[in-house]
Design a protein around this ligand. Structure first.
Ligand code: UDX
Length: 428
C-alpha cells in the first residue's frame, strides 16, 4: 500500500483522498482553510456528495485518512502527491494555473526522491511537461491523471471508473505512470497509458464532446418545436444506434456546473494558442449562451409581459443530485427574468438560502402560491411526482414551462395547466 499526499480538499481532492483510503492506501489530505480541515478531521463533509461522508468517516476512524493544514506533510514523506487545486477560468478564457504552480514551487524542495507528482487538476495540454521542467527534479516522476468524476456520483465514478488515464511526462514518466496505475488496482478499470499531453487532452476532449452533444440536442429541440416533432421521440430513435448512444441527449436550459463551461472555454483557448481554428467548439459554447434567453422567450410567450409577474422556479442547482449552484443555467435564466422585472420565488431540495434575485421558499407548494407561471429548471425527480390538482388550486395562472422534459404531460394537463416543454409542441 502506498503513502499518498493529496493537495486540496475540494470536491475532487476530497473524493480522491477518501477513495484512495478506501482502496487501502495511507492518505494525508492538505488544505489551506483551517475551518475546513477542522471539520473534515471530525469527518464532517460540507458538500452534498452521496457516500462521501461515510467514506471520510471510515478513513478517519481507521486512521488511513488524515487532514492537515498547509501542504508540508502532504508533500514530504509520501510516495505520491496528487495535485487537486482549482484551475478556474482566467483572463482570455485560458485555465488559471496560479494555484498549481504555487504547489509545485513548494513541492520542489519538499518531495522525497522517487516520489511521483500527479496532476489531477484539469490543466491545458502541455502543462505536465512544463511542470516537469519547473520542478527540475530528475529523481521525481511527473504524470497527468485526469479525473472524470460527475458531481452526485463522484464516489462511484472513482471506485468503479470506466477508465483510468495516466499520462507520462519527461524521461522517468513511464515508470511513474505504471506506478500510478497500480494505485487503482482493485477498481478493475481498464488503464490507458499515454504521453502526458494526450492525457490532459483526453479530459478536455471528453467534456467538450459531451457539451457539444448537448448543444446539438438543444438546437434540435428548438427545431422540433417549430416543425411539430417531439424531441424525446427523436432522441429515442437516435439512441438505438450504438454509435450515438442514449446518454447526454436530454435537452435542458443549457449545460452548466463547475466543469463544462470552464473546460470548453479552456480548450478553445488552447486551440487558439496553437493556431487551430475550432468552429465546432465556438458554436457549442455559443449555442449554450443562447439557451437561457430562449427559455425566457418561451416563458414570455406563455405568461405574457414579465414585468411584475410572480414566477415560481422549481430547481436552482445546475443539475439534480447536487447542491452546486456554480454556473447553474437555472440562475442564468433567473437573472434574465429578473432583468425583465419578474418577481422570483424558488424551491430546490438542496438549496436553503436566497440566490441572487430568487427568494427561496421551503416547498414547491409555497412556490406555486399565487404564481403567474411555474418553471422546471432542474430535473429533481420529486418534481415529476407533485400533486398537480393541488398546485392548480394554488397558482394564479396555470402555466408551466418544463425545461427538462420531466413532467408527466397527461397529469399536468388534466389538472388544467398549459404545459410548455422544450422540444415539443405545447400541451393544452
Ligand atoms: C462533468 C463530467 O460528466 C465529468 O466527467 C467531469 O469530470 C466533470 O464534469 P458534472 O459537472 O458533475 O460532470 O456534470 P454532468 O452530469 O456531466 O452534467 C453537465 C451539465 O449537462 C449539467 O448542467 C446537466 O444538467 C447537463 N445535462 C446533462 C443535460 O442538460 N442533459 C443531459 O442529458 C445530461
Amino acid at each position: 500500500m502506498a503513502r499518498i499526499g493529496v493537495v486540496g480538499a475540494g470536491y475532487v481532492g476530497l473524493t480522491t483522498a477518501a477513495c484512495f483510503a478506501r482502496l487501502g492506501h495511507e492518505v494525508v489530505c492538505a488544505d489551506v482553510e483551517p475551518a475546513k480541515v477542522a471539520a473534515l478531521s471530525r469527518a464532517e463533509v460540507g458538500a452534498h456528495e452521496p457516500g462521501l461522508p461515510e467514506l471520510v468517516g471510515e478513513g478517519v476512524r481507521g486512521k488511513r485518512l488524515r487532514f492537515v493544514l498547509g501542504n508540508d506533510e502532504a508533500l514530504s514523506g509520501v510516495d505520491f502527491v496528487f495535485v487537486c487545486v482549482p484551475t478556474p477560468t482566467g483572463a482570455d478564457g485560458a485555465a488559471d494555473l496560479v494555484a498549481v504552480h504555487a504547489v509545485l514551487r513548494e513541492a520542489r524542495d519538499a518531495v522525497r526522491p522517487g516520489c511521483v507528482v500527479v496532476l489531477k487538476s484539469t490543466v491545458p495540454p502541455g502543462t505536465a511537461e512544463r511542470v516537469a521542467g519547473v520542478l527540475g527534479r530528475e529523481d521525481v516522476g511527473v504524470v497527468s491523471n485526469p479525473e472524470f468524476l460527475r458531481e452526485g456520483h463522484a464516489v462511484d465514478d472513482f471506485l468503479r471508473p470506466q477508465r483510468v488515464v495516466v499520462g507520462a511526462a519527461g524521461p522517468s514518466g513511464e515508470e511513474a505512470a505504471r506506478r500510478v496505475v497500480g494505485l487503482y488496482e482493485g477498481t478493475g478499470a481498464p488503464a490507458v497509458i499515454t504521453g502526458s499531453t494526450s492525457a490532459e487532452l483526453v479530459k478536455y476532449a471528453s467534456n467538450c464532446f459531451l457539451a457539444m452533444k448537448l448543444s446539438y440536442v438543444n438546437s434540435l429541440a428548438e427545431l422540433c418545436e417549430r416543425v411539430g416533432a417531439d424531441i424525446s421521440d427523436v432522441t429515442e430513435g437516435m439512441s438505438l444506434d450504438d454509435r450515438i448512444g442514449a446518454a447526454f441527449l436530454e435537452p435542458g436550459p443549457g449545460w452548466g456546473g463547475s466543469c463544462f463551461p470552464k473546460d470548453t472555454r479552456a480548450l478553445l483557448s488552447a486551440a487558439e494558442d496553437a493556431r487551430v481554428d475550432f468552429p465546432l467548439l465556438r458554436a457549442t459554447i455559443g449555442t449554450n449562451g443562447h439557451q437561457a434567453r430562449r427559455v425566457v422567450d418561451l416563458v414570455r410567450s406563455a405568461v405574457g409581459p414579465l414585468r411584475g409577474a410572480r414566477l415560481g422556479l422549481l430547481g436552482l442547482t445546475f443539475k439534480a443530485g447536487t447542491d452546486d449552484l456554480r454556473d447553474s443555467p437555472a440562475l442564468a435564466v433567473a437573472a434574465l427574468l429578473a432583468e425583465e422585472g419578474a418577481r422570483l420565488v424558488g424551491y430546490d431540495p438542496c438549496v436553503g438560502r436566497d440566490c441572487g434575485p430568487v427568494r427561496v421558499l421551503a416547498s414547491a407548494e409555497e412556490v406555486a402560491r399565487d404564481a403567474d407561471g411555474l418553471l422546471v429548471l432542474t430535473e429533481w425527480p420529486e418534481f415529476a411526482e407533485l400533486d398537480w390538482p393541488a398546485l392548480a388550486g394554488a397558482v394564479r395562472r396555470r402555466v408551466i414551462v418544463d425545461t427538462r422534459t420531466l413532467l408527466p404531460v397527461d397529469k399536468v394537463v388534466e389538472a388544467g395547466f398549459h404545459l410548455v416543454t422544450l422540444g415539443r409542441r405545447a400541451a393544452a
